[in-house]
Design a protein around this ligand. Structure first.
Ligand code: AMP
Ligand code: MG
Length: 436
């Protein structure tokens, strides 16, 4: 147990200095979502891979439709159909003078054709107007032999998406360091990549402690409460980008807790515990982890300390087990554990992922309150609040009590009252941490 009081920043620095981005692995595209790419992805094919039509219509030669009008349409012989997925007209057929091929969106421009006229500019081969043309186009059976009347001219390459107009072989599709979101996954799939090299999501094991804790859904007896921390922090870990494993509540027994943590190490890149870190008689996490001096034993390297913050004063941090897995021991009160998670665990998770932004965005806002809020001297206070970006204001919800779960559920921001502030007046300019 350190006797010095740590600042919030010192504690965070200590944690971040001990965690390194995870080693990259090759992942299937769906698994890579949210991960950081560690390779430059170079395109090997052209996109589109071939010239294709951007409309349903007719593939034509420009000279054949030159000067075409409603009154004097160009009348062309329809020699066949090209649908998406067809390689072309087939049988080495080409669109010759006076000819057209019916073509669907995404189908390759057949040999001989220079442009596409949309079906709306034609009679659709019905001898009637454009409305009938569109109807005919969608209902028409296979094979569209006959004639089509084209009412408007089309310039060279009109309604043709050129091969390579999106990307070409050798282009850089995504740079190392990119975060893989939905459009990036789309691009990777479009260029034919099934896997990518990324930093994996960290595996976070969440263990709550307390003999009073009961699993939701079960009956409460006297003195018992439901375990909410393990659920909240598992969810928060997922939101942060981790793969989170919730281990149910462990009773206040040091040996049981040690054994549980040891069993979990195999699947943990970080272990998070809640409760049992104050100075009470049953502060089991401290008992289980601080007694052992050997760094290779669980608990060997965990330091329990006091932080100059509220809520969240007692905290433990260190590394445990043969792989020196980081362990963060958070206080038990639900608000304390959540605030601690936001301040310390989330940045650690995001550092493991190699993400560029490990911290939540912050903003300045004017404090909305009837009377001045008092704040403890020498401690950084984190109040829960609702932030109004448009008005530039933040309004506290609930009080400072660290058991107030309902108020936490309404909040979307943390109001930060610095160490030297003992009273925050209505309208005071305050820092807020945006949680959503
Ligand atoms: P502790 O730090 O273990 O003394 O816990 C502080 C307070 O938080 C006590 O009132 C506990 O009952 C409560 N608490 C601890 N763990 C949880 C949990 N997992 N879910 C809800 N409340 C908890
Ligand atoms: Mg406890």
């Amino acid at each position: 147990m350190s006797s010095t009081i740590w600042s919030v920043d010192e504690h965070l620095e200590d944690i971040l200095a001990a965690v390194r981005p995870l080693e990259p692995i090759e992942l299937q595209l769906p698994e890579a979502q949210g991960c950081v790419l560690v390779e430059d992805v170079v395109v090997e094919i052209a996109l589109p891979p071939f010239d294709n039509s951007s409309m349903d219509g007719y593939a034509v030669r420009v000279a054949d439709v030159e000067g075409a009008t409603e009154e004097f349409p160009a009348v062309l012989t329809v020699i066949g159909d090209v649908a998406a997925g067809d390689a072309g007209l087939g049988d080495d057929q080409r669109v010759g003078p006076g000819e057209a091929a019916r073509i669907m969106t995404g189908a390759p421009l057949p040999a001989g054709a220079e442009a596409v006229v949309p079906v709306e500019w034609t009679d659709g081969g019905t001898g009637e107007g454009p409305a009938a043309a569109m109807r005919a186009h969608s209902d028409a059976p296979e094979g569209a032999a006959g004639e089509v009347r084209v009412h408007r001219p089309a310039g060279a390459r009109a309604h043709v998406r050129a091969r390579g107009s999106d990307v070409r072989p050798g282009d850089l599709a995504l740079r190392a360091g990119s975060v893989i979101g939905a459009p990036q996954i789309g691009l990777l799939a479009a260029i034919g990549r099934s896997t990518v090299k990324v930093r994996p999501r960290p595996r976070v094991v969440v263990i709550s402690t307390g003999s009073e804790l009961v699993q939701p859904g079960e009956e409460l007896s006297g003195g018992q409460i439901y375990d909410s921390n393990s659920f909240a922090l598992t969810a928060a870990a997922r939101e942060a980008g981790a793969i989170a494993y919730r281990v149910g509540a462990v009773s206040d027994d040091a040996e049981t807790l040690r054994a549980t943590i040891e069993d979990q190490l195999i699947r943990a890149d970080i272990v998070v515990t809640t409760g049992g870190v104050s100075v009470g008689a049953y502060d089991v996490v401290k008992e289980a982890l601080s007694s052992v001096g050997d760094e290779d034993e669980p608990g060997g390297g965990v330091d329990f300390r006091k932080l100059a913050m509220q809520p969240g004063k007692p905290q433990g941090f260190g590394s445990i087990g043969p792989d020196h897995t980081p362990l963060l021991a958070l206080p038990g009160n639900p608000v304390s554990s959540y605030v601690s998670f936001e301040l310390f665990v989330r940045p650690a998770i995001r550092t493991l992922m190699g993400l560029p932004d490990v911290n939540r965005p912050t903003a300045r806002a004017s404090l909305v309150t009837d009377k001045a809020l008092s704040s403890p001297a020498g401690r950084r206070q984190f109040l829960r609040g609702t932030y109004d970006a448009e008005a530039g204001t933040v309004t506290p919800v609930g009080g400072s009590g660290s058991h107030l779960i309902a108020a936490l559920a309404q909040a979307d921001a943390l109001i930060v009252l610095p160490e030297d502030v003992t009273s925050a007046e209505p309208g005071a300019d305050t820092e807020v941490i945006l949680l959503r």
